[in-house]
Design a protein around this ligand. Structure first.
Ligand SMILES: Nc1ncnc2c1ncn2[C@@H]1O[C@H](COP(=O)(O)OP(=O)(O)O)[C@@H](O)[C@H]1O
Ligand SMILES: [Mg+2]
Length: 328
C-alpha cells in the first residue's frame, strides 16, 4: 500500500533511470538533482531540486526532505556527494568519511588497498619511478574515464604528466580480461552479495555491454574488499586479470556501478540490490548470501527519452514503441 512504502531518497539521479525505476517498484522514491532536465527524476514519486553539492545549503536541503517524507535511506548515484553524505547525519548508505575520501582519490585508494593486503597494481606519484612500462597517467580524482593516457616509456609518461592540469598518478597498465564486481554491504560492513561481470564494452567510463560470470575468485575478492575497507551500501570494484601481474584492482566506487542491470539480472527472486536496500531501510537484518546468483546473462544498453510538455511535465507519449521483441 502506498502509505506503507518506505521512503528512499536518491541523489544526483541524472540519467540513471534504470536505478530510480527499480527502487520505485519497492519504495516511495524521491529523486534529487539540481538539473530540471535530469531524465531519471521522471521515474520517481517525488522530484526535488537541491542546490549544488558544494553549496552550504546542500545538506540542510536534504535534511528537510528527509524530515518531510520520513526518509529511511539516502543513496547517492554519483561520486560528487558521497563524502558529504558520509559526514552528514543523514541515513545514508555510504562508507565512513575516511573510506569515501580515500576511494574518491585513486592514489589514496591504492594506498588503502595495499595497506589491507588487497591487490592494486604498482602506482606512484609524478617524479617517482613506476618500476616498469607501459603505464597509464590518470587524474587522481577522475571520473567517466576522462583524461587517461597510456605511456609506453618514461619520455611519454613525463609528457602526459607535464601536459596535465590537475593532480595525476602513474599506474602500471593492466592487460588481460577486464571485469567489474558489483557488491552490496549492510550498514555493519557485512557483504551481502558480490556479483562479477565481464566488461565487454564501455563508453565514457560506463559499461554498456557485459556478461555476469560465476568466477569464485572474483566473488571472494569483492567480498574481501567490501568487508575489509569496509563498505556500507553498494560498491563497484574494477579489475583486470593481468597475465603477468595477476588480479589488479584499479578503481573502487562506493555507489551503484554504471552497469546496474547486470546484478539485477543475476539476483535470485527478492534479492535484487534495490530490494535488499529497501528491506534494510525498513529495519530488516539481511543474511549474507555471497555467491548466490545466476550467471550467464548479458546486458546491452541504449539511450531512451521522455517527452515533456511546456510545464516540464512528462506527457506519457513515446516516439517509438518500447521494449525488446522476442525473435519471430
Ligand atoms: N591501470 C590501468 N590499466 C589499464 N587500463 C586502465 C587502468 N586504469 C584505468 N584504465 C582504463 O581506463 C578506464 C577508466 O579508468 P578508471 O580508473 O575507472 O577511471 P574513471 O573513474 O575516470 O572511470 C578503465 O575502465 C580502463 O579501461
Ligand atoms: Mg572507474
Amino acid at each position: 500500500m502506498e502509505t506503507e512504502r518506505v521512503a528512499i531518497l536518491l541523489t544526483g539521479v541524472g540519467k540513471r533511470y534504470d536505478i530510480v525505476s527499480a527502487f520505485a517498484r519497492h519504495a516511495f522514491v524521491i529523486a534529487a538533482d539540481p538539473s530540471p532536465l535530469a531524465p531519471a527524476q521522471y521515474a520517481a514519486d517525488v522530484r526535488v531540486a537541491p542546490p549544488r553539492v558544494d553549496h552550504p545549503g546542500y545538506v540542510p536541503f536534504l535534511e528537510r526532505v528527509v524530515a518531510e517524507h520520513d526518509v529511511r535511506a539516502v543513496i547517492p548515484l554519483t561520486d560528487l556527494d558521497i563524502e558529504v553524505l558520509a559526514r552528514s547525519g543523514l541515513p545514508a548508505f555510504v562508507p565512513s568519511p575516511e573510506v569515501t575520501r580515500a576511494t574518491y582519490d585513486k592514489y589514496e585508494a591504492h594506498e588503502l588497498l595495499v595497506s589491507h593486503g588487497l591487490p592494486s597494481p604498482p602506482t606512484v606519484l609524478p617524479g617517482e619511478d613506476p618500476g616498469g612500462y607501459p603505464v597509464v597517467v590518470k587524474p587522481r580524482r577522475g571520473s567517466g574515464a576522462r583524461a587517461i593516457h597510456v605511456a609506453a616509456d618514461r619520455e611519454q609518461m613525463e609528457f602526459f604528466v607535464g601536459y596535465s592540469e590537475e593532480p595525476v598518478m602513474v599506474q602500471r597498465l593492466l592487460r588481460g580480461p577486464h571485469f567489474s564486481i558489483d557488491l552490496l554491504c549492510d550498514l555493519e560492513g557485512r557483504c551481502l552479495n558480490a556479483i562479477p561481470r565481464s566488461m565487454i564494452e564501455s563508453r565514457g567510463g560506463e559499461s554498456i555491454k557485459g556478461t555476469v560470470v560465476a568466477d569464485a575468485e572474483l566473488v571472494e575478492l569483492g567480498r574481501r574488499v567490501g568487508e575489509t575497507l569496509p563498505v556500507r551500501g553498494p560498491c563497484t570494484v574494477q579489475v583486470f586479470r593481468d597475465p603477468e601481474l595477476g588480479i589488479g584492482i584499479y578503481d573502487v566506487n562506493t555507489r551503484f556501478g554504471g552497469a546496474f542491470p547486470a546484478p539485477m539480472y543475476a539476483a535470485l527472486p527478492g534479492r535484487t540490490y534495490p530490494e535488499l536496500v529497501v528491506r534494510m531501510a525498513a529495519g530488516e537484518r539481511i543474511e549474507p548470501h555471497v555467491g548466490e546468483f545466476h550467471a550467464g546473462m548479458t546486458f546491452t544498453r541504449w539511450y531512451w527519452h521522455t517527452e515533456l510538455d511546456g510545464q516540464m511535465q512528462p506527457t506519457g507519449r513515446d516516439a517509438v514503441e518500447g521494449g525488446p521483441r522476442p525473435p519471430r
